[in-house]
Design a protein around this ligand. Structure first.
Ligand SMILES: [Zn+2]
Length: 174
């Protein structure tokens, strides 16, 4: 069992310590994400690394989770695996934003402690697929008619038919 991670931290202090954190957060902590889910049981796996990148204090992170969502086609529950990563430069003022290389996203540091939960949650929300449906056709949802149409399409060989037509035309021209 992996250790549970802190929900907040003084990011710049963690940078000084070159702190690396790896562990889990209970899904129930993420209320905004929870609104898109059928269940908030389970965990989010996170790997966080405080350090420096091209002269900026930064926070790199990787997050992943298996989420239970509603299939948008058959409305039955389905699991979806999401993962994301981020690389933030920790900045004190917006004036520094324009100095950043493309690979770093700006994160404005305010107050003593910052929320890790918010960052992880934002990343998970961004990682949610736009369309959430079962990979395979939802068997109970697909009607017999739909199955037939699909089978017919697969049985037909449009390219073979085109080639036959073309050969036929060529013969006529010659
Ligand atoms: Zn489905």
């Amino acid at each position: 069992m992996q250790s549970q991670l802190p929900q907040t931290a003084n990011f710049l202090r963690q940078v000084e310590l070159n702190r690396k954190l790896e562990g889990e957060y209970p899904l129930a902590l993420f209320e905004r994400l929870g609104e898109a889910l059928l269940s908030n049981e389970g965990n989010v796996t996170a790997k966080l690394e405080f350090g420096h990148s091209v002269g900026f204090p930064c926070l790199k992170g990787k997050v992943s989770a298996t989420l239970l969502v509603e299939c948008q086609r058959c409305l039955k529950p389905m699991e979806t695996q999401v993962e994301g990563s981020f690389k933030f430069a920790l900045l004190h003022s917006e004036d520094e934003f324009e100095l950043l290389p493309d690979e770093l996203e700006p994160l404005l540091i305010e107050g003593d402690d910052q929320s890790i939960i918010d960052l992880v949650e934002d990343e998970l929300l961004l990682s949610l697929p736009m369309v959430m449906t079962h990979n395979e056709a939802c068997s109970s949802f697909m009607t017999e008619q739909e199955k037939e149409i699909k089978a017919e399409k697969e049985a037909a060989h449009p390219f073979a038919a085109l080639k036959a037509l073309k050969d036929d035309l060529d013969n006529k021209v010659n």
